[in-house]
Ligand binder design. Structure first.
Ligand SMILES: [Zn+2]
Length: 156
């Protein structure tokens, strides 16, 4: 995980001097903008408690929607936040039941029309779509499909 972050942080100059944990980076970015926790909560539409959780390291990663809201409120590229997120990776072999549950949730929300998701394996963006087919009675059936742009994860 660290080697990936090291490589990424060498790419851009903007994030070089920023703290390397999500908690400290969010606090630093907030202070640079002269925002209080309350201001940031208001601008990002997070609760004040949630900002405190993030800044104290209780939350270590964000959904892409939340990340975008927070990035907008802090006036940074979402990547600046994402590169220091620490996400528990989920391997099917570690917990097959939970893995299946996560895939079921993923399937469900793709079928509800959500187009972008976090890859459950690596956290990068999944490309999602709904494929329409016909069942044996020629009634329409819908399948959720997704593939990761960074790792071999596929939902089919
Ligand atoms: Zn992935």
């Amino acid at each position: 995980m660290n080697s990936k972050n090291d490589r990424k942080s060498q790419d851009g100059n903007r994030s070089k001097e920023l703290p390397l944990t999500l908690a400290r980076r969010i606090a630093e970015l907030r202070e640079r903008k002269n925002l209080t926790v309350r201001d940031l909560a208001q601008d990002s539409r997070f609760s004040k408690e949630r900002i405190e959780d993030i800044e104290s390291g209780l939350e270590t990663w964000l959904s892409s929607t939340d990340r975008q809201l927070l990035a907008r409120a802090l006036a940074v590229d979402p990547y600046i936040i994402q590169e220091v997120e620490a996400r528990p990776r989920l391997e099917e072999s570690e917990d097959p039941e939970r893995y299946a549950a996560i895939l079921a949730d993923l399937t469900d929300s793709i079928l509800k029309g959500v187009k972008e998701h976090e890859c459950p394996k690596c956290g990068n963006t999944l490309r999602c779509r709904v494929q329409e087919g016909l069942d044996i009675d020629e009634l329409p059936v819908y399948f959720a499909k997704a593939f990761c742009q960074k790792c071999p994860f596929i939902l089919k």
